[in-house]
Design a protein around this ligand. Structure first.
Ligand code: ATP
Length: 305
């Protein structure tokens, strides 16, 4: 840099404006990554950010043809994302319109809603099913609903209160709904007979399709956990993010479910996240931001293994 250039106020001003511009883009990207809790959506947004960065670099380096190609790709991807994430965009705009900006950050913190001892009812049912060696598969949604397209077959809608008796009855081998999984959504039994995608991985030779189905759905959807009771051995497992935690005692299962739950009460009654909590969360994620943006490929391949 020449001394004449560094003293030129116009050059300084443009340098400052550019720096603020880049800083704001990074801040917006960072906030979006903090808000998004769902793993697959996160990958998509990271991919999009990388694409935008590549477009900006090609423009800066004056690579015209590459810039035109990348720019078209960014426009196409933006349209595709708007279609794929239609409901998320709607929720986002609604919250923004209502001025509930801080609640956007609270969204990714949702856990298993623990109302009226739902976890107790589930754990009691699982304990009995395990003692009687009745096979069972229970998916519990965490936070926002799973997209039905993530299931191979969405099953039969029930919308019933969660109870130990109902869960035990559904999995009795002579009932019509015993095959497949039960879906627990917002403290209700939303559906039964749900067929889940199978994982490509094999955790153990002794484990068959029921366990692979639990791994499959939790690999595909981060916002759920899946309980498996083996018909053959009565063993209890909990699948979370594609990993089977097993064998578990019923008290360990309760502990793990509670660790994933919202400390107490229905999430709708929770106060909005405080500024201090928000600051703490942003502080915790600060150092991983750059790697979140640039290492999306390596983390994706690690999770596949
Ligand atoms: N994709 C799926 N989605 C939901 N449920 C499934 C799926 N695949 C299998 N199941 C359930 O698992 C049952 C078959 O279990 P299988 O014996 O193959 O599995 P497993 O992991 O060895 O379990 P277990 O130890 O209970 O025998 C089916 O009858 C069905 O109820």
């Amino acid at each position: 840099m020449s001394s004449g250039q560094s003293q030129d106020p116009a050059w300084l001003e443009s340098w400052l404006v550019n720096s603020i511009d880049i800083g704001l883009v990074f801040a917006v990207a960072y906030i979006v990554l903090v808000i998004i809790g769902e793993r697959r959506t996160l990958w998509m947004v990271r991919g999009f950010i990388v694409l935008m960065l590549a477009t900006a670099i090609s423009n800066w380096a004056n690579l015209r043809l590459l810039y035109i190609a990348l720019n078209s790709l960014v426009t196409g991807s933006a349209v595709a994302m708007a279609v794929i994430l239609q409901s998320e965009f709607r929720q986002f705009l609604e919250k923004l319109g209502r001025g509930e900006v801080l609640q956007l950050f609270a969204a990714s913190r949702k856990g298993i809603p623990e109302t009226d001892g739902v976890i107790d009812q589930i754990v009691e049912a699982v304990k009995e099913l395990s003692q009687n060696r009745t096979g069972a598969l229970i998916i519990i949604e965490i936070g926002s609903p799973i997209d039905e397209r993530d299931f191979s077959v969405p099953g039969v809608r029930l919308n019933a209160e969660v109870s130990r008796e109902l869960l035990q009855t559904i999995f009795q081998p002579k009932t019509l709904l015993h095959d497949g999984a039960v879906l627990i959504r917002a403290s209700r039994v939303a559906a039964a007979g749900v067929i889940l995608p199978l994982s490509e991985r094999i955790a153990s030779r002794q484990l068959g399709t029921r366990h692979r189905a639990a791994m499959g759905i939790t690999e595909k959807v981060a916002k759920c956990v899946c309980i498996v009771v083996s018909e053959e051995t009565g063993s209890i497992s909990l699948a979370d993010k594609g990993v089977l935690n097993r064998p578990l005692t019923s008290s360990k299962l309760k502990e793990l479910l509670e660790a994933r739950s919202f400390v107490a009460g229905d999430d709708r009654t929770k106060p909005p996240i405080s500024i201090d909590t928000l600051k703490r969360r942003i502080g915790l994620k600060r150092w991983s931001f750059i790697s979140q943006v640039f290492r999306f490929r390596s983390s994706a391949s690690r999770e596949k293994k």
